[in-house]
Ligand binder design. Structure first.
Ligand code: SF4
Length: 466
């Protein structure tokens, strides 16, 4: 089984004093197909040495060719010099996001915009962080569109339904085939509904505004209508943005949509990925393009006002014209939000060599952005993942006035997000920083530990809001 997206591995022999090794590794790993070793022969070698007080020298060798840079002994100076030396060896920049590894570009852009304004923020992104101009413009525009919508107080809630009809080949989420957990499903729904109820009761009692509720997974609509009602009843008619992911179109029907609409759900996500039956079969989806079309029609008739659809770039059989045609088609059919994901394949995912070359995928993504802009959509949230194709990004586009609050707040980590259900992560954003609290991914373990975790969350909420 080939590993996507790199068809060829490059063994990099990386040597540096411990402190600098740890700081430089994430840059070295940006090299296409990098497999880093600290001993034995390599396709290229990277040596970092301390050559004077506060001075580092970086030497990159490939065959008989040598590239050399010096840096002062500060983190960013070192990262820039290392990035430049290995980029020169590569013949092009290692990443369009420069030295931004392990950093949320949107959060950094928001900080820079607030501190200095757009012009200096652009300069800082390009010169200090070596971000490509197009990407710097993209992230600044994204933040400028999304940031003004944030409430500045209160919290959001994420509800996890970690079950799917089947497992997609590239999936790395906490998602289990429903059939494997059927025996505990009733108990799971009762426990997660109880957890949701306790968080919402706290908010009502202490006048904490709930800005958004997002039900994700997994595929929440793998549940039947009555099961969705049981899980989400505590949030019924919530006076806030209320989103449910119906990721797999084959899980959507009129009954479930009626239940969601009745509960007050006002956004739904029905994911297309790429409208081609051969592609969908190749990635392990158990639905067809016709299923997607039917689900979209049902959702539009259900009265749920805003619909999002996710596309994934890099899938087998995908091509640029077909991708842009599909985006235009959804725009013409009135889908208000479209998110373009660059495929990220993590260790453990099953993947075949049919997936696109990462640079083809980047070209398709960029054309997709252009197509959506021309159709009136604007980017309003952006995030990156490790192992993402060609070091690209995921971008949410929306028609103005239909942006998803939850996506903006959670990506910018601007307010607490309380996670409910197995695999849900609570981001406890406080005045003194951000702590995370993970609910166990395994539904069985979640059921055993639930009450203890709820108590920890309520205790944190009391400290934060009372
Ligand atoms: S639908 Fe999403 S969560 Fe479910 S298996 Fe596929 S990629 Fe994973």
């Amino acid at each position: 089984m080939a590993v996507w997206p790199i068809k060829q591995r490059t063994i990099i022999h990386f040597q540096a004093p411990d402190y600098w090794y740890n700081r430089g590794l994430s840059i070295v790993k940006l090299f296409p197909g990098a497999q880093v070793s600290d001993g034995g022969p390599g396709d290229l070698t990277v040596n970092v040495t301390e050559t004077g007080p506060g001075e580092l020298t970086i030497v990159v060798r490939r065959g008989t060719k040598i590239w050399e840079e010096t840096a002062d002994a500060s983190q960013d100076s070192f990262s820039r010099a290392l990035f430049r030396a290995i980029s020169d060896c590569n013949g092009q920049p290692l990443s369009p996001w420069g030295i931004l590894t392990g950093v949320r570009p949107g959060k950094l852009a928001a900080t820079l915009l607030a501190a200095t304004g757009p012009g200096p923020a652009m300069t800082e992104l390009e010169q200090h962080y070596l971000v490509d101009r197009q990407k710097a413009e993209l992230v600044l525009e994204t933040v400028a569109n999304g940031l003004p919508l944030l409430a500045g107080k209160g919290l959001s809630i994420y509800v996890s339904v970690p079950f799917c009809p089947s497992r997609c080949h590239y999936c790395s989420f906490a998602a289990y085939p429903r059939a494997a957990w059927e025996h505990l499903l009733k108990q799971y729904l009762a426990t997660a509904a109880g957890e949701l109820d306790q968080v919402l009761k706290f908010c009502r009692q202490h006048q904490v505004s709930v800005n958004s509720i997002y039900v994700g997974g997994g595929t929440p609509t793998v549940l039947e209508g009555s099961e969705l009602e049981q899980l989400l009843q505590p949030a019924a008619q919530a006076d806030c943005e209320f989103t449910v992911e119906a990721g797999r179109p084959d899980t959507v029907n009129r009954d479930k949509l009626a239940v969601l609409s009745e509960l007050g759900v006002n956004r739904i996500s029905i994911n297309c990925q790429f409208p081609d039956d051969a592609t969908l079969a190749a990635i392990g989806r158990t639905h067809t393009v016709a299923d997607f079309d039917a689900a979209l029609e049902l959702a539009q008739a259900s009265g749920i006002p805003v619909i999002n659809s996710d596309f994934v770039v890099g899938l087998p059989g995908q091509h640029l014209q077909g991708f842009c045609r599909a985006l235009n088609d959804l725009a013409e059919r009135g889908v208000q939000n479209i998110t373009i994901h660059s495929l990220a394949v993590k260790r453990g995912a099953q993947i075949s060599s049919q997936y696109l070359d990462s640079h083809q995928a980047a070209a398709i993504a960029n054309s997709g952005y252009k197509t959506l802009r021309e159709a009136g959509y604007r980017p309003y949230y952006l995030y990156r993942q490790t192992d993402i194709a060609a070091n690209q990004e995921n971008v949410g586009f929306g028609l103005p006035g239909t942006y998803c609050y939850y996506n903006i707040a959670s990506i910018l980590e601007s307010e607490p997000v309380i996670g409910v259900g197995a695999g849900a992560v609570s981001k406890l954003v406080g005045d003194d920083g951000i702590a995370t609290l993970n609910n166990p991914r395994d539904p069985g373990v979640y059921l055993q530990r639930n009450q203890q975790l709820v108590e920890r969350k309520l205790a944190w909420l009391s400290r934060r809001f009372c």
